[in-house]
Design a protein around this ligand. Structure first.
Ligand code: GLU
Length: 429
């Protein structure tokens, strides 16, 4: 039997724990809207190919602010999965104190099988379809990179949106997506590419400090995923003198008992380019006996009730969204394996997206660094937000005597429950 949606189950449990009203609990199960569409785009050989696209918008207590979340290009994109990820985006934004609604969407497509020109036309078709129905815009919904998309994708999105929307004056156009390239005319913010990985490492270091744990006992790291999150996590940890014992991607993994030196994987696009390492599978990486920390940084539901018993790491830091099922959580907890949850650990991405969007909109916010910036300045501003929230989760964990994940969910709900109440009868948010 399929395991139930872990995010919803946890949300229910957290709502019950806080004694939230039944109507509010029910509201969290609903969605503002869910959209599905067949988009079509010409391929390089002249044929027309169609793809399934979708986007889900969860509930937001911020009617004046847009929805926010990644746009995923992956063969496994389904409406049900994107709905789950939209809820995670809500929780992440609520926890981090970002005034966004949670959204997620994507296209069921394998980007590795398409040329850049084809991906550009597919992205433009998606943008056209969404704009035609008034689904995107700086104040409506602001997509960002996710699995299979990147700053180039966001630039295509922005250009098509601006070209179509400017006759209606829906500006500032660059605020329609985040994670854009930087430089004149692009509208991106330095540091956004590495923000998720950077944020995760900040949370990890702060966690060790708060728990009075020694870095030397948590130095050996296995990272599943070599995309934007996994790559930067591994790079930053290696720069900070942690030992990257293994990493992996869709092609399998690489393992080196004494650590994969930074220069062996820096700048590499996939793990097949990493030399002088033993080849392992993703399943083997997950249960490696000689790592202290396992960082899932690829897709959802990789830690399940089947494999949670075999994990040898002392702790898990979730770089991916939803990598651990509810059943696996219970097993890990009973075995004393700590989990730093996704909605905190990988929130650096959406936090810097918030900086980028606020700057594009000309919105003043004390957390957002202004003026001309280096990536160091942006990442310093990000660190402050990550440290503060890690501290808040740590305090909530002590107060409620619950797991770190549950504490993060409780905080997220406490942050927005009063706001939902004030809007209860007025509008459907
Ligand atoms: N895809 C990222 C996430 O899942 C970023 C979302 C955003 O920046 O809007 O958090």
């Amino acid at each position: 039997m399929a395991e139930k949606s872990s995010t919803m189950a946890r949300l229910d449990e957290a709502s019950d724990f806080l004694g939230l009203e039944p109507w509010l609990k029910r509201k969290f199960h609903g969605f503002k809207s869910v959209w599905e569409c067949d988009i079509e785009a010409p391929m390089d050989d002249g044929s027309l190919q169609s793809f399934k696209a979708c986007r889900a918008w969860h509930r937001s207590p911020f009617p004046g602010s847009p929805y926010k979340g990644g746009m995923r290009y992956h063969p496994d994109v389904t409406v049900e999965k994107m709905k789950d990820h939209a809820v995670e985006m809500s929780l992440k934004s609520w926890l981090m104190g970002l005034e966004f609604g949670g959204a997620k969407g994507g296209i069921a497509i394998d980007p590795s099988r398409h040329s850049q020109e084809e991906l550009k036309r597919v992205t433009e078709a998606l943008t056209e379809e969404m704009l035609e129905r008034n689904l995107i815009g700086p104040r409506l919904d602001v997509p960002a990179p996710d699995v299979g998309t990147n700053p180039t994708t966001m630039n295509w999105f922005h250009n098509k949106y601006a070209q179509r929307a400017r006759t209606h004056n829906y500006g500032p156009f660059e605020a329609v997506v985040t994670g854009k390239p930087t430089g004149i005319g692009y509208g991106g913010i330095p540091g956004r590419v590495e923000a998720t990985g950077w944020g995760l490492v900040q949370v990890f270091k702060k966690f060790l400090k708060l728990k009075n744990l020694q870095k030397k006992d948590f130095k050996r790291i296995g990272v599943m995923g070599f995309g934007n999150v996994g790559y930067h996590v591994a790079r930053i940890l290696a720069e900070e003198d942690f030992t990257i014992v293994a990493t992996s991607d869709v092609h399998g993994g690489v393992y080196n008992k004494s650590g994969i030196p930074l220069e062996k994987f820096q700048g590499k696009k996939d793990t097949r380019e990493i030399k002088d390492c033993e080849r392992i599978t993703n399943d083997e990486l997950l249960v490696l006996p000689d790592i202290d920390i396992f960082i899932p940084a690829a897709l959802e539901n990789v830690i399940t009730k089947e494999n949670a018993w075999q994990i040898k790491a002392k702790g898990i830091i979730e770089g991916a969204n939803g990598p651990t099922t509810c059943e696996a959580d219970l097993i890990l907890e009973s075995r004393g394996v700590f989990v730093i949850p996704d909605i905190l650990a990988n929130a650096g991405g959406v936090t810097v997206s918030f900086f980028e969007w606020a700057r594009n909109m000309g919105k003043i916010d004390h957390r957002v660094p202004m003026g001309e910036l280096t990536s160091d300045q942006v990442l310093t501003a990000l660190s402050k937000v990550m440290w503060r929230e890690t501290n808040n989760v740590f305090e909530a964990q002590k107060k409620y005597k619950v797991s770190m994940r549950f504490a993060a969910y409780l905080l997220a709900l406490e942050n927005v429950a009063p706001l939902f109440r004030t809007k209860h009868t007025a509008i459907s948010v």
